[in-house]
Write a protein that binds this ligand. Structure first.
Ligand code: FAD
Length: 507
């Protein structure tokens, strides 16, 4: 019997597999596609933008250099965007809100609380198949078994285990995680509801040849009838058509259909002479009503779907995997404090709900009617201010995200800044083995004694910080969330916080 079976070898399933493998769990991943690349069309439709929270997750597991390599060689719209916090490469990419392109130079980084320099860029454009290959290779090195050509069609839960079947083959596990995408079979088989809002538009991404390409301006353009995007990559186009999401994803759009839509949303008489690749999506926004039912959990698109506006889906899924991995591992290994696994749903479902609303808000100011178009002008003026641009950056990058872990200190519940000690030790590097970390900045090393009681679960490091943000000590969970922080009187409350997240101290 495996500790955990993960259904789906997409980026979220593979990231989670690495987290569990790192923690010493026995893991099998079941993936329906027979070959790693079989669900991918060729570039450029395979690009995804990662924000600082996600690049930080790769950095914290020692994968940042490899991640950067997955973006190497990309050009035009897909050029690697490496920017921001490391201070070496200019302002962060902020992208757009509802098709309103925002000027990165207007992001007021100084206004963002608890921000420290980090090698992890604020944004990075990656190729998904390459990231999946990177994660699959690491997972296998960590002992994870990946079974391809295994479409899961039954999941039966018992008191102490779950039986997962793919055709005639069945496997037993103590826990099952559905990372099987928006149409999740695991979610359906577990009887978990998926509720939300129906689509207003059909989106298209395609590689096509145009007669008279100059009729379409490069870049992203919201129009009174929809949106079009002419990417800097040869022939890559995107568009959004407010058809009520009527175009059926199971149909392959014809050249004629695509040309009609492109003409409508661009307001031009542009001609498509050839379409080499096309893929469609909608703004259907739905979320699982629970991320856990007994021994079955959901993560990534299996738990939440929404339009790709703002590029949040993968970022949110990686956040799920980071949050769930160490909690599930602690549960498997028997040292999780009571209720730890339930905090996965408590923390991540509100984040998913916010992401769905962020996507809905963008659609709401793009509807092709006169009133919306007027309101959109007001929005645009506000978004283009320094405060407006910074607000969008904060939301998209996840830097304003905070789990509700109580108000003991304003940093608690936030993603930890990359504290650097004067001897060159950084928090990010201390997190590579997936343990928690306590950083003790006090001259007397006041936490050395208390922290020793959790030494098998929490790494202790002490030193003078380059910038300690006024803190004397901080306790960071394996997912990078600050669990406890103390500005004065370091030590008070540490044991309580350590027990809350890491369980009983070792005798
Ligand atoms: C056009 C477009 C652009 C996007 N851009 C961005 C972006 O810039 N940034 C961003 O963060 N997000 C973006 N997204 C969203 C992002 O791609 C998804 O959120 C992400 O891929 C979800 O990962 P996942 O692992 O949860 O699911 P998936 O990638 O869907 O993987 C699910 C896996 O499960 C497998 N599977 C399904 N059913 C079964 C079964 N029954 N048995 C076994 N295996 C099964 C599938 O074959 C697949 O391998 C974009 C999406 C689109 C459509």
């Amino acid at each position: 019997m495996y500790d955990v079976v993960i259904v789906g070898a997409g980026p979220v399933g593979l990231f989670l597999a690495c987290e569990l493998g790192l923690a010493g769990c026995s893991v099998q991943v079941l993936e329906m596609e027979p070959e790693p690349d079989s669900r991918w069309q060729a570039q450029p439709l395979d690009k995804r933008g990662l924000f600082g929270f996600s690049t930080g997750a790769f950095y914290r597991r020692g994968l940042l250099d490899a991640l950067r390599e997955t973006s190497a060689g990309m050009t035009g719209h897909g050029a690697p965007v490496v920017a921001g916090a490391d201070g070496t490469s200019g302002p962060p990419a902020v992208g757009h809100f509802a098709g309103v392109m925002l000027d990165p130079a207007k992001v007021d980084l100084a206004a963002l609380p608890y921000r420290l320099p980090s090698p992890a860029p604020d944004s990075l454009m990656i190729r998904l198949p390459e990231v999946e290959a990177l994660l699959a290779e690491r997972a296998v090195k960590l002992g994870v078994e990946i079974q391809r050509g295994a479409p899961v069609d039954a999941v039966v839960q018992h008191d102490e285990h779950v039986v997962v079947s793919a055709g005639a083959d069945a496997v037993e596990a103590r826990w099952v995680v559905g990372c099987d995408g928006g149409r999740s079979a695991v979610r359906r088989l577990a009887g978990i509801e998926f509720t939300g809002t129906e689509p207003e538009f059909t989106g298209y991404v395609m590689v096509a040849t145009l007669a008279g390409p100059e009729k379409l301006h490069p870049g992203m353009h919201a129009t009174p009838t929809g949106l079009y995007l002419r990417m800097g990559v040869d022939g890559a186009l995107g568009m959004m058509d407010f058809d009520g999401g009527a175009f059926d994803r199971s149909r392959q759009p014809t050249r004629d259909h695509l040309q009609t839509v492109l003409r409508r949303v661009s307001g031009t008489d542009v001609t498509l002479t050839d379409v080499q690749q096309v893929s469609t999506f909608t703004d259907r926004a739905k979320q699982a009503t629970t991320y856990r039912k007994g021994r079955i959990l959901l993560a990534g698109d299996a738990a939440h779907i929404h339009s790709p506006l703002g590029g949040q889906g993968l970022n949110t899924g990686i956040g799920d995997a980071m949050n769930l991995g160490w909690k599930l591992a602690a549960t498997v290994r028997g040292h999780a404090p009571d209720g730890l696994l339930d905090t996965y749903d408590e923390e991540r479902r509100p984040v998913g709900a916010q992401v769905l609303d962020w996507s809905r808000a963008q659609v709401a100011v793009m509807r092709p009617d006169r009133g919306t178009w007027a309101a959109r002008g007001v929005f645009r003026d506000l978004l283009e201010t320094r405060d407006g641009t910074t607000y969008v950056f904060e939301k998209m990058s996840g830097s304003s995200m905070r789990y509700d872990l109580g108000d003991a200190h304003p940093l608690v519940g936030r993603n930890a800044p990359d504290f650097l000690l004067e001897d060159g030790t950084s928090l990010g590097k201390l997190m590579r083995d997936g343990l928690g970390v306590v950083l003790d900045f006090t001259a007397e090393r006041r936490l050395a004694g208390p922290a020793a009681a959790w030494r098998d679960r929490v790494r202790y490091a002490a030193g003078t910080p380059v910038d300690g943000l006024g803190l004397e000590a901080v306790l960071v969970r394996p997912d990078g969330t600050v669990a406890w922080a103390q500005g004065g009187d370091a030590g008070a409350g540490f044991e309580e916080a350590a027990s809350r997240w890491f369980g009983r101290p070792t005798a």
